[in-house]
Design a protein. Structure first.
Length: 501
């Protein structure tokens, strides 16, 4: 490696220093725990909650994430210089370092609140857009790693109240989305970059311990405050919980989770809040999930349904490759198309997960124009095909190369992304299955399609096949959905003999 290349790599590495370690549990099936041990700080809720709030979560299908905060002002650049090579992501711009970083940057950033005055912000406009897109829940950043609170917290001055805007943003968002029938979850970062009482390492000296205890009390106060202020919220989406200081505070975090749940009995909390006494995060030392659903599918999805072992989960996704906060400049990077996003949505719901698409509004409260366009395209698609998206479950069939199966009661849906050249959509069903497709229509217009059993008679094949014929005249520029009714198979007239040889 050339010298200057090496320097660049080192500088970029520095920008990521605070980033969490890669969690191997999200890239393959989880390893079985050999021997269960005594864990005092394990899960506080059952692995599979059956209450109405959790059932509702399972039926959301599509969600919206919004990252909004002071980082929206620079939009990943400052005075014409891009932070792309100096910060891990646009909402991480405070950590901008290396040759492109402005002089005294952190100090500039920490004073951005004096300019935060999004006159164009109208929570009702966002909520209406989310509704039109088909989002059933929202995850909204109340406070990101920079520590700036978008609600007037009593426990710090670093809040929206001391900005020129002054008004409570969290309240406007909660009210507007709730009025549209969209459930609200609050994103909350534990880690704070500019709080003198916060440490990334576990506090070791008595002074550090005093300070960190203050930080823990402050965290508790803010969370109880959020529940008091916005009792209609359905859950918290925690982040920034990977530092040793937090990991070592397992006794505190266990009690805090208990307290939050007692205060708000149906609260939904993902697996990214706390760890057990052995430092095991997301899953405790026995492999039991800590929280109500898997919260590690961030910009990734399980390759196989079996990896999930029946757990609830959601996948949160950016439109650019990475970067959750506003990014003025989308040129020169691949940004996902509505086809990409609908594909991911169907992939998630076909495996019982929710898909949560992130938006990063600008410093004036406007979505990026490309986000507006994508929201409209996704909404247009969902209006026609939503039946295959909401309230559906994994269909129990082997994955199809043509698209994704979902199921609701006796209806089987196949969202086709890859149309066969011969216009025959072949569906594999286990030979011994008691339920098989009996009728098929195109969901978008109700047109009946010819469906026939194609018993191709392959020995050693566990499956038999059902063929749905697509009319050649049917043209679609987007994925389309076949809706099939499931019923008993017709009794076979002749039982084919196994090959003898
Ligand atoms: C975190 C934040 O650092 C980021 O800014 C954004 O808010 C995102 C939603 O969450 O980033 C993470 C956190 C965890 C992992 C990856 C990125 N992880 O577990 O792999």
């Amino acid at each position: 490696m050339k010298y200057n290349k090496l320097i660049k790599a080192l500088l970029l590495g520095a920008a990521f220093i605070n980033m969490p370690a890669v969690f191997s549990q999200w890239t393959g099936p989880r390893k079985k725990v050999e021997k269960r041990i005594d864990v005092k700080y394990g899960p506080l809720t059952p692995a599979h909650r059956t209450d109405a709030a959790m059932e509702r979560f399972r039926n959301y299908g599509l969600g919206q994430f919004i990252h909004w905060g002071l980082y929206a002002i620079p939009g990943n650049e400052w005075e014409g210089v891009s932070a792309r090579k100096g910060a891990a992501a646009s909402e991480w711009i405070r950590t901008w370092s290396g040759p492109t970083a402005p002089k005294d940057w952190k100090n500039i950033y920490d004073h951005l609140y004096k300019q935060f005055n999004p006159r164009g912000f109208d929570a009702k406009v966002w909520a209406k857009q989310a509704k039109e897109m088909g989002a059933r829940y929202l995850i909204f950043t109340t406070k990101h790693h920079d520590g700036f609170a978008l609600w007037p917290s009593k426990y710090t001055d670093y809040t929206i109240k001391t900005s020129p805007y002054k008004k409570d943003i969290v309240k406007q968002v909660v009210d507007a989305y709730t009025a549209e029938g969209i459930d609200v979850f609050l994103y909350y970062s534990i880690m704070e970059w500019n709080n003198p009482n916060y440490f990334s390492k576990a506090p070791s000296t008595p002074e550090e311990k005093v300070k960190f205890d203050k930080f823990l009390a402050y965290t508790r106060n803010q969370l109880l405050e959020l529940l008091d202020n916005y009792p209609e919220i359905k859950g918290f989406w925690f982040d920034g919980t990977w530092d040793q200081s937090w990991i070592q505070a397992y006794d505190f975090t266990y009690k805090l989770e208990k307290e939050l749940r007692e205060k708000h009995p149906k609260l939904i909390i993902g697996s990214r809040f706390r760890n057990d006494e052995y430092g095991k995060r997301h899953f405790d030392s026995n492999g039991d999930m800590l929280g109500d659903y898997e919260q590690g599918w961030e910009r990734k999805m399980p390759k196989e349904f079996e990896w999930l072992e029946g757990r609830d989960w959601d996948c949160v996704m950016t439109i650019p490759p990475n970067g959750w906060g506003y990014m003025k400049d989308w040129s020169g990077i691949y940004t996902k198309t509505s086809d990409d996003l609908i594909d991911m949505l169907m992939n998630c719901v076909s495996m019982n997960g929710n898909f949560v698409l992130n938006f990063g509004p600008d410093g004036n409260g406007q979505m990026h124009p490309e986000e507006d366009k994508l929201a409209k395209e996704i909404g247009d698609w969902i209006k026609i095909n939503g039946e295959a998206v909401y309230g559906v479950r994994h269909a129990g069939l082997a994955p199809s190369k043509l698209g994704y199966f979902t199921r609701k009661e006796d209806n089987l849906y196949l969202t086709v992304f890859n149309r066969p050249v011969n216009n025959i959509v072949r569906i594999a069903v286990p030979k011994n299955s008691t339920e098989v497709p009996t009728t098929a229509i195109l969901l978008q217009n109700g047109q009946a399609l010819e469906l026939k059993h194609a018993d191709i008679g392959l020995d050693l094949d566990k499956n038999t096949y059902y063929d749905v014929a697509l009319p050649e005249t049917f043209v679609s520029k987007k994925a389309f959905v076949l809706k099939m009714t499931l019923g008993s198979p017709k009794t076979q007239s002749e039982k084919l003999m196994d090959a003898k040889m």
